[in-house]
Design a protein around this ligand. Structure first.
Ligand code: GDP
Ligand code: IMO
Ligand code: MG
Length: 440
C-alpha cells in the first residue's frame, strides 16, 4: 500500500485534475491539502467536461472519500455551488466529503479587499480574485475564521464583528463604504447548517485510514512555481503547493508520503503576472494557446504560453523530491517541425548554476534552447507506448535525461483512455490492477 501525491511542476494547469481522476480507482481516499477555489481542475468523462475548484478530483468515482484538509481555504458558497453542479450530473457527495474544522473560511471582505488591491495598487499579481491571499493573511495573523467556528454561533458572531471592524478601515482606505457585520453573520449561520454534515477531523480520520492500510492519493492545486515560499514571489499563490504542504495541510507525518508524481505539461503556461523565462512572444506562443486550448479553467483568462523549461523543472523536482514525471499534453506539439527545450539560463553572460532565487535575476535570465526535430503527428489519442512515433520517444528520453527522472505516465488527450501507463515506473506505487484502462 502506497500513499502518493500528484502535484503541479510548473505554474499550475498541468493537468492534475485529469491525472487525479485517472488514478483514483487505485486509491481509497483523495485528499486536497492547500489552496481553494482559485484552482480549476478539468476532467472529461464520457465526453462531458467537469471543472472542479474546491472538491478533490476523485469525486467522480463512487465509493471514494474526498478530504479537504486544514491547509485549504474554503468559500462556503463556492463549495455549495460545486456540490449542486455535481448533483445536477448525478453525483451525490453527501457521504463522501469531509472538510477539516481547521480549514479557514473565505469571507466576502476577503474577496472585496483583494479585488480593490488588484485594481488600485502598483503591484498587480493577476490573482484569481477569489479572496485566497487575504484569507491566508488572516490565518497567519490569527484573525482567521475557521470552518469549525461555524459550529459555535457565539464565537462566529464575535469573530465576524471583530473582523468587519478591522476590514472597514482598509475598505475606507480604498474609498469604499463600510460593511455591516449582521448580514454576514446571518449568511454564515446558514452556511453552518449546510456545511455541518461535512465537518470532521481530517487528520484523525486519515490516521485511522492509514492503520487500516487504505491508500491515499494527495492532490495538489496550483504548481511548484506558485508556492508562496519557493515560487516566483510575489507572483505566487498564498499557500505551499509543493509537497512540503502535504503534511502541514492534512495533519499527517512525512512517513505517510511514499512518492510524489510531478505533473508536467510538454510545454509551459502561466496565468497572471510574473517572470516566465521561456514565454514565447512570437507566433509559437499563440500556436500553443490555440492548439492547447490554453484558457484558464477558473477565470477564462488566456494563458501565457512558452516552451518547456528544464531549469525550472529541475528546480521543481528538487523542491518536491520528484523522481517520476507525468507528461501531459504532448499531443499539442503534434505537427510541429521543431520543438524547443530550455536547457540553461544565462545572466550577464554567465550560465546560472540553477533556477535563480531573486526575481530580478529571473526576469533578466536568458533561456538557452536545444531545438529538436518534431515527430510529425501520431501522439494524440495514443494509449500504447509501442504506437508512439520514434521522434516523440526521443523527446521523452531527452526529458528523462535532462531532469534525471522517469516518465511514468504520458497523457495524450483529455479523456481517461488517452493515457499511457509506464508500468515499470508505477509498480509498487499504484495498484495497476485497480485501474480500468478501458474506462471512458
Ligand atoms: P489542472 O489545473 O492541473 O487540473 O489543469 P487544468 O484542468 O486547469 O488544465 C489542463 C487542461 O488540459 C484541461 O482542459 C484538460 O482537459 C486538458 N488536458 C489534460 N491532459 C491533456 C492532454 O494530455 N492532452 C490535451 N490535449 N489536453 C489535456
Ligand atoms: P490549478 O490548481 C494556474 C495563479 C493566479 C495568479 C497567482 C495568485 O488549476 O493549477 P491567487 O488567486 O491564488 O492568489 O492567484 O496564482 N493561480 C493559478 N494559476 N492554475 C491555478 O490552479 C492557479 N491558482 C492560482 O493566476 O497568478
Ligand atoms: Mg487548472
Amino acid at each position: 500500500m502506497s500513499n502518493v501525491a500528484v502535484i503541479g511542476m510548473q505554474w499550475g494547469d498541468e493537468g492534475k485534475g485529469k491525472i487525479t481522476d485517472l488514478l483514483t480507482p487505485a486509491f481509497d481516499i483523495v485528499a486536497r491539502y492547500q489552496g481553494g477555489h482559485n484552482a480549476g481542475h478539468t476532467i472529461y468523462v464520457d465526453g462531458r467536461k467537469v471543472i472542479l475548484h474546491l472538491i478533490p478530483s476523485g469525486v467522480l468515482h463512487s465509493g471514494k472519500l474526498c478530504l479537504m484538509g486544514n491547509g485549504m481555504v474554503i468559500n462556503p458558497e463556492a463549495f455549495l455551488q460545486e456540490k449542486k453542479a455535481l448533483e445536477e450530473i448525478g453525483i451525490d457527495i453527501q457521504d463522501n466529503i469531509l472538510i477539516s474544522p481547521n480549514a479557514h473560511l473565505i469571507l466576502p471582505y476577503h474577496t472585496e479587499i483583494e479585488s480593490l488591491r488588484e485594481e488600485q495598487s502598483d503591484l498587480k499579481i493577476g490573482t484569481t480574485c477569489r479572496g485566497i491571499g487575504p484569507a491566508y493573511v488572516d490565518k497567519a495573523d490569527r484573525l482567521g475564521i475557521k470552518v469549525g467556528d461555524l459550529l459555535n454561533p457565539e464565537l462566529l458572531r464575535t469573530k465576524i464583528e471583530h473582523n468587519v471592524r478591522e476590514k472597514n478601515v482598509l475598505l475606507a482606505h480604498y474609498g469604499k463604504e463600510p460593511l455591516e457585520a449582521e448580514p454576514i453573520v446571518r449568511q454564515f449561520s446558514e452556511y453552518a447548517e449546510q456545511l455541518r454534515p461535512y465537518i470532521r477531523d481530517v487528520s484523525f480520520f486519515l490516521d485511522n485510514a492509514f492503520r487500516e492500510g487504505r491508500p491515499v492519493l494527495y492532490e495538489g492545486a496550483q504548481g511548484a512555481l506558485l508556492d508562496v515560499d519557493h515560487g516566483t514571489y510575489p507572483f505566487v499563490t498564498s499557500s505551499n503547493s509543493t509537497a512540503g504542504g502535504i503534511c502541514s495541510g492534512l495533519g499527517i507525518g512525512p512517513d505517510k508520503l511514499d512518492a510524489v508524481l510531478g505533473v508536467c505539461k510538454a510545454y509551459t503556461t502561466r496565468v497572471g503576472e510574473g517572470p516566465f523565462p521561456t514565454e514565447a512572444f512570437d507566433q509559437w506562443g499563440e500556436y500553443l494557446r490555440d492548439h492547447g486550448q490554453e484558457y484558464g479553467s477558473t477565470t477564462g483568462r488566456p494563458r501565457r504560453c512558452g516552451w518547456l523549461d528544464a531549469v525550472q523543472l529541475a528546480y521543481a523536482c528538487r523542491l518536491n523530491g520528484v523522481k517520476r514525471i507525468i507528461l501531459t499534453k504532448p499531443d499539442v506539439l503534434d505537427g510541429l517541425e521543431e520543438i524547443k527545450v530550455c536547457v540553461d539560463y544565462t545572466y550577464k553572460g554567465e550560465t546560472l548554476p540553477s533556477f535563480p532565487m531573486e526575481s530580478w535575476v529571473l526576469e533578466k535570465a536568458e533561456p538557452r534552447y536545444r531545438t529538436v526535430k518534431g515527430w510529425g503527428t501520431g501522439v494524440a489519442g495514443q494509449s500504447a507506448w509501442d504506437d508512439l512515433p520514434q521522434g516523440f520517444r526521443d523527446y521523452v528520453k531527452l526529458i528523462e535525461d535532462l531532469l534525471e527522472v522517469k516518465v511514468a505516465i504520458i497523457s495524450t488527450g483529455v479523456g481517461r483512455r488517452d493515457t499511457i501507463l509506464m508500468e515499470d515506473h508505477l509498480r509498487g506505487l499504484v495498484d495497476l490492477s485497480r485501474l480500468d484502462p478501458a474506462a471512458a
